[in-house]
Design a protein around this ligand. Structure first.
Ligand SMILES: NC(=O)c1ccc[n+]([C@@H]2O[C@H](COP(=O)([O-])OP(=O)(O)OC[C@H]3O[C@@H](n4cnc5c(N)ncnc54)[C@H](O)[C@@H]3O)[C@@H](O)[C@H]2O)c1
Length: 278
């Protein structure tokens, strides 16, 4: 257990003067790694020296993320798996241990969205969304924790959302799932801090990923789609634009790395100021 007496001094901090990648020597699992924010995080983590197990339900993006990372000189393996299956979550941890000999970072990022008020959503739709966005994080964490607890260290980063910090209209299930992620994060930070495991989450604002672009433009003409994108961007009154996935990935990188060694239970809004102006 870390005490004030054993806190590292500035000179002793593991990141000081290492001159290496910010995740050098680390092994990370990233879920939802084939698209959008997860894809950007996987490339960034690999460039910063991490070895990666890239997990995704879908294989379809060309080049697949592991091939892309390998072409850039990184080390990654792809696992097609469903994060709502406890067995699959065990499998991804087993793969990290078998292939790379350890597990330091879990980035629980896979997720999806659905619009609708409570009276419009079916019970099945609500349960499905909670299962993909929240239960999956419980299951992946549950699979990773025994290893992290045994080694006495680890960093878990969850992808929540600004929808998890604010009540938002027309997104009842999504907001509930992401609010759950924020409080699962805080509860786990308390439970595992004394075991050397930090748990944080990133709360992205609107980010230009395939999923968001699809949601905003599907079934619309080019002009209507453009107007929907513009309206979404201008809902952010501070920076007045959507984020790029890489801008979210940099927040994840900080929380995952040893640079954030004194940060746990934090919900980092990477939202262009959206939540200070709600
Ligand atoms: N894009 C945004 O504006 C935004 C804002 C806030 C939060 N988020 C969150 O960021 C995360 C990534 O979203 P994105 O916009 O990059 O979406 P995306 O659809 O581009 O990428 C999500 C990836 O997760 C995968 N996935 C979905 N369900 C899965 C499952 N059951 N098992 C394994 N993989 C699964 C998908 O196949 C996809 O490749 C999600 O948790 C989302 O809720 C996104």
């Amino acid at each position: 257990m870390t005490s004030a007496a054993s806190s590292p001094t500035t000179d002793e901090h593991p990141m000081m003067g290492s001159g290496r990648g910010r995740l050098a020597g680390k092994v990370a699992i990233i879920t939802g790694a084939n698209s959008g924010i997860g894809r950007a995080a996987a490339r960034l983590f690999a460039r910063e020296g991490a070895k990666l197990v890239c997990v995704d339900l879908a294989e379809s993006i060309t080049p697949r993320i592991d091939a892309l990372i390998q072409s850039e000189g990184g080390d990654a393996v792809f696992l097609q798996a469903d994060v709502t299956s406890a067995e699959s979550c065990q499998g991804m941890v087993a793969l990290a241990l078998e292939r790379f000999g350890g597990l330091d970072i879990l980035l629980n990022n896979a997720g999806t969205g659905i619009r609708g008020r409570v009276d419009q959503l079916t019970e099945e739709e609500f349960k499905r969304l909670i299962n993909i966005n929240l239960t999956s994080m419980f299951l992946c964490s549950k699979a990773a924790l025994p290893h992290m607890m045994a080694q006495g260290k680890g960093s878990i980063v969850n992808t929540a959302s600004t929808h998890g910090l604010l009540g938002t209209n027309d997104y009842a299930a999504y907001s509930a799932s992401k609010g759950g992620v924020v409080l699962l994060t805080r509860s786990m930070a308390i439970d595992y801090g004394q075991m050397g495991i930090r748990v944080n989450c990133v709360c992205p604002g609107g980010t230009a990923t395939p999923r968001l672009l699809r949601n905003l433009t599907e079934g619309k003409s080019a002009e209507e789609g453009q107007a929907a994108l513009q309206a979404s961007a201008s809902r952010n009154r501070c920076l007045q634009r959507l984020a790029n996935p890489e801008e979210i990935a940099y927040g994840m990188l900080f929380l995952a790395s040893d640079e954030a060694s004194f940060v746990t239970g934090h919900a980092l809004a990477v939202d262009g100021g959206q939540t200070i102006d709600a």
